[in-house]
Design a protein around this ligand. Structure first.
Ligand code: PLP
Length: 377
């Protein structure tokens, strides 16, 4: 079976993790935490990084730093992982979802204006499957309506966006360099992985300090065990950070390999009838976190059926996200009643992604594509 993902860990990871074990620096205190935070922030051209236990709590902490009040609204895509909605709900705020762009699968920016209310406080763009959101439009919208941007770059390590297009400031910028807070996940299927792990990036030192305190139980500044605020234990360990430091040393090769896999699939699949492939806008360099496909209904296949047939042929896949607006647990709480988002619904019915990991060889791509051609006739 060709798996959807296998982490690529090597001698350097072993060396740095072994150093932690040998020297006893196995908790959330240790030099690799600082090195990973500083290194990741530098890579994304940000001032400060705060490492946390995973990407879900990174988003939760990001919204906590913005001091949302109960009833405040956050605009986000419906086509994303549940973590995005959870982060909003944890603070008593309200997730307001928009449909997906049918080609990039990122949030539909044309829908933003219609979802704005006097209670809107923030917008959460998510770079879906490694393709950047059109951030010029998001930053203009946020500035016009005084909204904070919580950027979810969990899937977009090293993806690039051509920002400030048509101005003297036009330049390629990293995904994760746009938010008031930008969040990452380093789960095992991410390009850079710490097993479990996450990071918040900031340019505002005050916000970074706040996140640093909140992730560590908000210990008192004067008397350690006297607390002025309700904090969390969302710390990353030095062992995890050691993995991150090792991979950061070869980040350019990791991003290049992801793009090579993405382009390899495109070359092999371009023109296959009945299958929509991921796009790459001229202003984007996707990192193809996962290489997605959307099946045309005319093939007689939906994602579930296609996945079963690919599995019979030794190819593992995963279905696309189920829209936030269609989540039973949220509907049961009275959210999104009667809301229909046709693009998201179609993506979740017809979309799946192929093996996309860093260990894939050219012959694996050949095998996956041969299987797909047999299944989609
Ligand atoms: C867009 C997005 N945001 C957040 C997360 C949550 O990250 P984690 O699994 O590390 O909690 C993920 C996880 O895959 C994700 O894809």
């Amino acid at each position: 079976m060709i798996p959807v993902n296998t982490p690529l860990l090597g001698a350097r990871e072993l060396e740095l993790v072994s150093e932690c074990v040998r020297d006893g620096w196995i908790s959330s205190v240790g030099k690799f935490i600082t090195q990973f935070e500083e290194g990741w922030a530098r890579y994304c051209e940000r001032k400060a990084g705060v490492a946390v236990a995973n990407g879900t709590v990174a988003l939760e902490l990001a919204l906590k730093c913005l001091d949302l009040a109960p009833g405040d609204e956050v605009i986000l895509p419906s086509f994303t992982i549940m973590s995005c909605a959870l982060a909003v709900l944890r603070h008593g705020a309200v997730p307001v979802v928009v449909d997906a762009d049918p080609e990039t699968w990122c949030m539909d920016l044309d829908a933003l204006e219609s979802r704005l209310t006097p209670k809107t406080r923030a917008i959460m763009p998510v770079h879906i499957y490694g393709h950047p959101v059109d951030m010029d439009r998001v930053t203009a919208f946020a500035a016009a309506h005084r909204l904070a941007i919580v950027e979810d770059a969990a899937e977009a390590h090293g993806a690039l966006y051509l920002a400030a297009r048509g101005t003297d400031d036009e330049r390629w910028r990293k995904a994760g360099s746009f938010g008031d807070v930008s969040c990452f996940s380093f789960y095992a299927n991410k390009p850079v992985t710490t097993g479990e792990g996450g990071m918040l990036l900031f340019d505002d030192d005050r916000l970074a300090l706040r996140a640093r305190s909140l992730r560590n139980l908000a210990f008192g500044a004067l008397r350690r065990f006297e607390h002025e605020e309700l904090g969390y234990n969302y710390r990353m360990t030095n062992l995890q950070a050691a993995l991150g430091v090792a991979q950061l040393e070869r980040i350019d090769a990791i991003v290049a390999k992801k793009r090579q896999v993405g382009h390899g699939y495109r070359e092999r699949l371009e023109g296959l009838p009945g299958v929509q492939l991921p796009v790459e806008r001229p202003w984007a360099k996707s990192v193809y976190w996962m290489y997605g496909l959307v099946l045309d209904e005319a093939t007689g296949l939906d994602a579930t059926r296609c996945a079963a047939r690919l599995k019979e042929r030794g190819v593992e896949t995963r279905p696309f996200f189920h829209g936030i607006h269609a989540q039973p647990v949220l509907k049961a709480r009275g959210l999104f009643r009667d809301l229909r988002l046709p693009v998201t619904e179609r993506l979740s019915r017809q979309g799946l992604y192929l093996p996309s990991g860093l260990t894939l060889a050219e012959r694996d791509l050949d095998q996956v594509v041969a299987a797909l051609r047999e299944v989609v006739r």
